[in-house]
Design a protein around this ligand. Structure first.
Ligand code: ADP
Length: 686
């Protein structure tokens, strides 16, 4: 007999203990059902009936539960659906071994609205899950589920329901037993037993005592096994539960056989078979006969063995328990093999192989169910994670919104404070502005008045300037001719006095002639100066500055030769304007560079640059230089830094230059230090 048989035996015992079949109760419930009209009450009665039918009349239990489920599912009554599914799973996994149905209901119970289930309900779901996985031989999943169940139960602290806790330990014991981990199985069974003892739960105690007897029996510790079995038997007898008694007798019979107390074993096993026949439990009959056959094996009553095994086979067919069928075939095959009865040995071997195949197929179908429920579980898990993520997301959003609200609130406060101050300062500013406006208006009026004054002054000045320039022009122009006459007459007088010995008179005459000539130059220059403005703007022509320079060099040929001066020039651009004025400008600057130069090799360089829409011309000399303090003054009319004895001139040249450059819209300035040469710059817009 293998562990599975023993386990089933234990389970049967447990079913029997749990069922507490009570015909009176069933009768009362059926009567109650007749007078009940409400769906919910009806469903409740169905579930209670199912619990009464479980496990002995499991088909009825299933029918009633399914009815309740149908009614409550349509009403979406989660609580009642949960209760119904729970009993349905128990029926299918514990008794019917219909794992497909168990898996189907398990996935249903898992998909119930978690919000409407309490922690204990969740623990129950894990317990059912653990059982289904155990029945499917998926031990890791089963263990995980049982651990989760235990974790929930323990977390309930003082509210932990003891019976559920003890049952959880028992289930773990069953799992370890199935895995042949007997030590862990015993530890958990003992824990379970202790709690059942504390709570004085007789059914629980019988169940665990029987399980302990079974473990020790498998470990061949028959003394201990018998001890636990006797305790279980004693308690089960007091319960008057025949299924339980039958199963306990089987376990004790196996232990007694192990202890070679064969007579006692036979007595107990015969009692078990008798009970099995009485309550029509073919499982107990089959298991009892297998165990009894084993007792007779290798004894003088050996022939009884084969009879018992064959009878067990008949009983097993009725149970449709494939594992037990395989075990009986194995017993028969081994028996005939030992007896050298080849024909029968072959016959049962064939059946044994078929039974094993059938078990393998069953195992495969279990694997399919496992994959199915795993897939469903994964889907559920994914859905949960999605929901969790959604929840998290909404939590984050809420938190962000909260934070946003706080920030908004703080901002609003800050804004209102800022607004208050802003308002105050605006008010103040408005006042200030009004004051300012009054002030500005006052000042504007004053400014306008002074501007007007300035404008009229300017106008007057311009007028007087114009008049002055006009006068200068007219005067110089008109003065030129009489002056030329005076000079001519002076020349005549001079020629007449050449023969005279009056040297004083000659000296006076020479002096007068020279001054007249100077005056002529001065008038000439003033005229030139006044002519600059009189040139109409329209007189714009293309001027090749290179040609202008060539003309300058030609005009200054005498001075250049005399001083041995060198004139160097860049390639210059072509500009637009009045060529006469450009010539005047360049000639004045280059001429000054030669004139105000004591260097034995006077040098004047003309360079050009184009910067920001302007031509910049530079006329650099290596002459005497000009102190910084005179840099502005020298552009004024008649401003000279030297006497006429030192350097001839009228002090109008640079004033003319400035006027010309200004007329072009440019600027003129210089960079020079006394004794270090000068660079005169002027710009002309491109
Ligand atoms: P003028 O040369 O007829 O005296 P300008 O107006 O040309 O009049 O020059 C004004 C004065 O500026 C000159 O008297 C001279 O002292 C000074 N000056 C002009 N150009 C130069 C120069 N290149 N180097 C040194 N001094 C100069």
């Amino acid at each position: 007999m293998n562990y599975r048989c023993i386990l089933l035996c234990g389970l049967c015992l447990w079913f029997s203990v749990c069922s507490g079949q009570n015909n009176t109760k069933i009768y009362d419930l059926l009567n109650e059902l007749k007078v009940t009209t409400q769906d919910t009450s009806k469903a409740d009665i169905f579930v209670r009936l199912a619990n009464e039918y479980y496990p002995t009349e499991v088909d009825k239990a299933i029918t009633k539960s399914e009815l309740a489920l149908m009614m409550m599912e349509s009403r979406k009554d989660t609580r009642r659906v949960f209760n119904t599914l729970e009993i349905l799973i128990r029926c299918h996994v514990d008794v019917k071994s219909n794992l497909d149905a168990a898996a189907k209901y398990l996935s249903k119970i898992r998909s119930l609205d978690a919000a409407q289930l309490n922690r204990l309900d969740n623990a129950k779901i894990f317990s059912l899950e653990g059982k289904v996985y155990l029945a499917l031989n998926d031990c890791p999943k089963s263990q995980k589920a049982f651990f989760q169940e235990l974790e929930i139960l323990q977390s309930l602290g003082v509210n932990t329901p003891k019976v559920e806790l003890a049952t959880a330990y028992f289930n773990l014991g069953e799992l370890y037993f199935f895995q042949n981990d007997f030590q862990n199985a015993i530890t958990n069974y003992i824990k379970s037993l202790e709690i059942f003892q504390q709570t004085n739960t007789i059914e629980g105690r019988v169940k665990t005592l029987n399980a302990l007897g079974r473990v020790y029996s498998v470990r061949r510790d028959y003394e201990k096994s018998l001890q636990y079995c006797n305790d279980a038997l004693f308690l089960s007898e007091s319960l008057w539960d025949k299924t339980l008694i039958g199963n306990t007798y089987i376990t004790s019979g196996i232990a007694l056989n192990g202890l070679e107390r064969k007579d006692e074993a036979v007595v107990n096993l015969e009692k078990a078979i008798e009970i099995g026949n009485t309550i029509n439990s073919q499982l107990i009959v089959a298991r009892g006969k297998i165990a009894l056959g084993a007792v007779y094996e290798n004894t003088p009553k050996d022939t009884a063995t084969i009879r018992l095994y064959r009878e067990a086979l008949d009983a097993v067919f009725a149970t449709k328990d494939k594992a037990l069928t395989r075990d009986v075939y194995e017993k028969l095959y081994l028996y005939y093999d030992k007896k050298d009865n080849a024909d029968f040995a072959y016959l049962y071997l064939k059946n044994l192989v078929a039974a094993r195949d059938s078990l393998n197929i069953e195992e495969q179908s279990k694997q399919i169910i496992i994959s199915k429920i795993r897939f469903e579980a994964e889907q559920k898990e994914q859905e949960n994670q999605r929901l969790l993520a959604k929840q998290l997301e909404s939590q984050t959003t809420i938190q962000l919104q909260k934070l946003g609200n706080i920030v908004l609130f703080v901002l609003m406060i800050l804004l209102s404070i800022a607004g208050h101050f802003l308002y105050k300062s605006l008010k103040q500013k408005r006042q200030n502005n009004q004051d300012l406006e009054v002030e500005v208006e006052k000042r504007t009026k004053m400014l306008l008045a002074s501007n007007e004054e300035l404008l009229s002054t300017n106008k007057r000045l311009e007028q007087s300037n114009n008049e002055l320039e006009r006068f200068a022009y007219i005067a110089s122009h008109d003065l030129k001719s009489p002056l030329r006459n005076i000079i001519s007459f002076l020349n005549l007088i001079q020629r007449k006095l050449r023969s005279s010995q009056d040297t004083d008179l000659q000296e006076y005459l020479r002096f007068a002639t020279e001054n007249a000539k100077q005056m002529h130059v001065l008038i000439q220059d003033v005229l030139e100066f006044s002519k600059v403005d009189s040139v109409p703007d329209t007189k714009k022509e293309k001027i090749d500055m290179n040609e202008s320079i060539m003309l300058v060099v030609q005009n200054l040929q005498e001075a250049i030769k005399e001083t041995n001066a060198e004139i160097l020039t860049d390639t210059l651009p072509t500009i637009e304007g009045n060529s006469v004025q450009i010539l005047q400008l360049l000639q004045n600057l280059v001429g000054n560079g030669i004139k105000y130069n004591k260097n034995h090799l006077p040098k004047v360089e003309i360079t050009h640059n184009r910067v920001n829409g302007h031509h910049i011309f530079a006329i650099k000399d290596n002459g005497i230089g000009i102190s910084q303090e005179y840099h502005d003054q020298i552009f004024e009319m008649f401003k000279r830094l030297h006497t006429r004895d030192e350097y001839k001139g009228t002090g109008i040249g640079l004033a003319i230059c400035k006027k010309i450059v200004n007329n072009f819209g440019g600027r003129i300035w210089l960079d020079s230090n006394f004794g270090q040469g000068s660079i005169f710059y002027f710009t002309i817009p491109t």
